[in-house]
Design a protein around this ligand. Structure first.
Ligand SMILES: Cc1ncc(COP(=O)(O)O)c(C=O)c1O
Length: 336
């Protein structure tokens, strides 16, 4: 059985079999939310808990083919986790530069895979530091916003979706726009090859904390927040292509605030889906768009297990019981 993204190797730029790295990424569930025309592609159901594994599986294989020995990556978290896991598997050394607000759970996983972490004050300085480290140590810099080989693996999400349904619109949480660009390129290829009937609209969803791409399409009130940390990417070389793909497909940009992200998390949770705040951003965008009667697919990119966020109002829902007497009182008061 061919594992992971390599199931689609005939659609990807070629990599000789001996260099193909996989942890069995991809083939993630596509489920419909109750009572809505929204399907969620649970791309956090990947080996390291995020969609990044698709891109990193391909990228690591190329690094192996090129004989790269060590890499340095800047990341808000998930890309560092994925790169650490796949590079460990491939025997490639790795170093991660992450903003200090990155979740502790992600840092733990990066460290487990044997990486060192350089903590930077924010996303832009992480990128600056990583480039400087690469230059000084002569190791390969991996910046997702730049790296051509980071894109192809992400295309596989489209090939999987299309095996099940052809959506009218796809909502994508967007930071560096690597995923959006990959999805757009894959759809263009399918359309050119006559494999699909028309392009779905591509919708870019960003947080009001940082919305350089969605902000090209809508006005919004900026907020100061790191709740959806994965999409806080102030600068990306992929912006132009992303904007072009959104326009070409008739999509648009959506900017969501923290309340909208929480509402998406709550909706997902009552559907049995435990996403990270960044992972829920696409659903927040789709709810805001309210496109009725259309088949919408939202990419849920990150797992709640890595974010460790309590739900709103949780204090009232934890009932601390010291002894049986207290338990009896709770039962009598009908508080359970
Ligand atoms: C969970 C999650 N969703 C979305 C994104 C944004 O993806 P991209 O940088 O490809 O736009 C990230 C980036 O780190 C992420 O961690």
């Amino acid at each position: 059985m061919t594992l992971g993204i390599w199931r689609f190797s005939d659609r990807l730029p070629p990599v000789p079999e001996e260099f193909r790295v996989t942890l069995g990424e991809g083939d993630t569930p596509l489920i419909k939310l109750r009572g809505l025309d929204i399907w969620v592609k649970l791309d956090y159901v990947n080996p390291t808990g995020s969609f990044k594994d698709r891109g990193v599986a391909y990228l690591t294989s190329k690094l192996l083919e090129e004989g790269v020995k060590r890499v340095v990556i800047d990341s808000s978290g998930n890309a560092a986790v994925s790169t650490a896991a796949y590079c460990s598997r491939a025997g490639i050394g790795h170093l991660a530069v992450m903003p200090s607000y990155s979740h502790r759970e992600k840092k733990a996983e990066v460290l487990w895979h044997g990486s060192r972490i350089v903590e930077a004050p924010d996303r832009d300085s992480a990128r600056l530091y990583a480039r400087r480290i690469a230059e000084k140590l002569g190791v390969r810099y991996i910046g997702f916003a730049l790296e051509p080989d980071a894109v192809p693996g992400f295309e596989t999400v489209v090939y999987e979706i299309e095996e099940e349904l052809h959506p009218d619109a796809v909502f994508i949480p967007t930071g560096s726009a690597t995923n959006l660009v990959a999805i757009g390129r894959a759809y263009l290829k399918l359309e050119k090859g006559g494999e699909i009937d028309g392009l779905p609209q591509l919708h870019c969803v960003q947080s009001a904390a940082c919305a350089p791409i969605a902000g090209e399409f809508v006005d919004y009130k900026p907020i100061d927040s790191t709740l959806a940390e994965g999409v806080i990417v102030p600068h990306t070389e992929r912006k132009e292509e992303a904007v072009r793909l959104i326009e070409e497909t008739g999509g648009t940009g959506w900017v969501v605030d923290d309340d909208e992200v929480y509402r998406a998390l709550e909706l997902l949770a009552v559907n049995g889906v435990y996403a990270s705040p960044t992972g829920a951003v696409a659903v927040a965008g789709a709810l805001k768009a309210g496109l009725r009667g259309r088949r919408i697919v939202c990419i849920v990119t990150g797992s709640g297990l890595k974010a460790n966020l309590m739900p709103r109002g949780f204090e009232d829902r934890i009932l601390r019981v010291g002894d049986e007497g207290e338990l009896e009182r709770l039962l009598e008061e009908h508080r359970l």
